[in-house]
Design a binder for this molecule. Structure first.
Ligand code: NI
Length: 185
């Protein structure tokens, strides 16, 4: 397993549409392991493959720090097939350290996705899991949470976003292995 560099706002892969996984190959399983390791090291509750420079429709989720009954899972080629309700709540993103704002999301979602062995699963989420899943699925289409923020909020964050963008454009767009110390900086 390896820790991967998390791309910041401004890095090209965050703006692109990720490709569907055609086969849950050894390489994809390896990517999933690396994504879990990277997410836990960064103390995140979700991570999408484009955030580590891999343009595959793969996300990992583990919201158990906020929702103790939640079991960590990988969603491959996830598709939201049903939603209910609307709820506004605060969101951050590992690609936007130090940035948070309110985003409106569906309160409940039903998702179809392949699991880590390639079997199609249907799952329903609410609460923090529903919010995190929608946030991560957005990443697969090149959408960042700041696009859900109000114009006022984005204006308030203008200087921080500009700084992050400057860091992100300097990052290599592909997967880059790093050390634990590098993740903290
Ligand atoms: Ni994010």
């Amino acid at each position: 397993m390896a820790l991967l560099e998390i791309k910041k706002l401004g890095c090209d892969t965050l703006k692109q549409t990720a490709h569907p996984v055609e086969e849950v190959s050894y390489e994809i399983k390896q990517l999933v392991d690396d994504m879990f390791e990277t997410m836990y090291a960064a103390e995140g509750i979700g991570l999408a493959a484009p955030q580590v420079g891999a343009l595959h429709r793969v996300i990992v989720l583990d919201v158990s720090p906020s929702d103790p009954g939640f079991e960590a899972r990988v969603l491959i080629n996830p598709r939201i097939v049903w939603t209910a309700g609307e709820v506004v709540g605060e969101e951050g993103c590992l690609s936007l350290p130090g940035v948070a704002g309110d985003a409106k999301r569906a309160a409940q979602v039903r998702i179809e996705a392949l699991d880590k062995v390639g079997d199609l699963q249907t799952m329903e989420f609410d609460g923090i899991a529903a919010r995190a899943a929608q946030h991560e699925i957005d990443h697969l289409d090149g959408v960042l949470v700041i696009e859900h923020f109000s114009t006022i909020r984005r204006n308030l964050l203008r200087n921080q976003l500009r700084k992050l963008r400057r860091e992100g454009v300097k990052q290599s767009p592909g997967p880059v292995e790093i050390t634990a110390e590098a993740l903290e900086s």
